[in-house]
Design a protein around this ligand. Sequence first.
Ligand code: GLN
Length: 610
Amino acid sequence: MTNSLISIVAISPIQDYLQTLIARFSGLSEGEVADYIPELKLANPDWFGICIATQDGHIYEVGDSQQHFTIQSVSKPLTYGRALEQHGEAAVLKKIGIEPSGDAFNAISLHPTSGTPLNPLINAGAIAACSLIPGDSMQEKSAVILETFSRYAGRALDIDHTVYQSESDTGHRNRAIGWMLRNFSVIECDPTATLEAYFQQCAIRVTCRDLAIMGATLANGGLNPITGKRAIPEKYVANVLSVMATCGMYDASGEWLYDTGMPAKSGVGGGIMAVLPGRLGIAVFSPRLDQQGNSVRGLATCQALADDLELHMFGASQPAIPAIRRATSRKSVKSNLRRTQAANDYLLRVGKKLRVYQLHGALTFASIEPVARTMADESAQTEVFIVNLRLVHRIDRASVNILAELRRDLIGTGKLLFFTESGNFWQPLIDAGVDREAFFADDDFALECGENHLLGDRFPNLAWGSETPLEKCDLLLELNPDELALMDRLLFYRNYLKGQNIITAGQASNELFVLTKGSAMVSMATQDGIARFDAFSSGAAFGEVAFLDRSPRSANVTALSPVTCRILTREAFDQLDTLAPAIKIHLLSNLAGRLTTMLRHNGRELASLK
Ligand code: GLN
């Protein structure tokens, strides 16, 4: 079928991670391909596929995830679910127990007192469940089963008739179990149709991807997350998952649950389907089996997935609230650095290329996976990603690794990713390979850095250190050469050392500043250090608000580098009334432009907070 989903999303730390599992475990060559059903021996022992399907229908798949094989015992819980749907819990419990057996899957054994199969996942119980499927003939039963499984997989499945025939020709032991069930009246008629339907059920062809989607359907309360169609009534999902948890992995079920913490079912075709309720379906396919009949690579892979992604159901599980609280772009948030009108206009135009994600809550595989997916999807249009961690209260190992890997992927394609307000989480991120340059105390500085990246060398006048000619300064835009010459005479020079105060709070406001060289910032001390409220680079005007309304200065402005200012005094400004009213009108209109830009920006930022 399609793997278009993967090819669109070029950047996926999760896909990359699954690929590393293939590399890590494809060396495992212990175990044997099942041969008691002659046709199964034909499988290539080196086939190896892994697939994860999320509860909202996203697929990650690697290796031979589209290779067909027969479902075998992975079918058993699904048929059991269909029997429950048909007859209800009480009637089914009378025929099939729910205790792990400790016997081999094909044991010819029933409960010593009740005479019923111990559970629905050993052959005796599975054959009993098959007898409860509506229909009197093999064809009728088989059609119901195929239809049910197809709803789980979200596509029309079919039967591998050669494997069916091979098992039917050699399935004497299962026939013995069938007749034994008949003897104890668990099956109340000739068991032949049931046995043949059971062989057909085991021979349904699936891929690893199908099994993952089937698992995701169970994780999603019985609703296939891709087709939106129901495969099993919600109230029976817990019954199915419970028997998978206790009996799904044959004799190794206890150890499996202890280690991976997920209900699962394996089959002798080499498939394993595991379910993390509410979150994921996981499938691994590789035909070499261990003594118990479980795929060797499948076990190793699921174990690694459970460890690395911290999936154990009984671990510190957290509700999967989506981790993105708010996502904004440079269209509504900006750094406090005051830039020239031209640079601002440009940044507003390309604003979508810079995105800020405010994450919150506990970051676990389930909550970070959709974030990584969103960011990967947006990476085609985005150059700079800022990830704010202020409202995050826990990050597990899996999400640390995914964030670190995501950053590596993005940087590999020439993008930037910064973390802001990371609190105590910077250390684990650094340990996972994120370099120190990625961290900023707050969004403001990260935004400034991101904006500089977007501006590139388009606005060379902004470079710290170079002098901006007057005609490029915001305040003096639109003046003709004569007017500029006049202003050049009126504006006197003042230089500042790095760190020197240009404006001190409380002073009278009799000067308007045009910064022609260097940079400066408006700041206040807070408990976390200095917070920057505004910053100016070469070409910007500042001090205009108090200058216009004649109020005292409200904050300090400090030189961040050696600074040159051109200063318009109030006397000179007033002289223009008679000397050059046209210039005064230009200045006022430029100032008004500047103020409306600020107002509009504040409006957008406020709106984005709602
Ligand atoms: N069809 C197989 C059987 O009944 C299924 C066994 C399995 O996958 N464990 O023998």
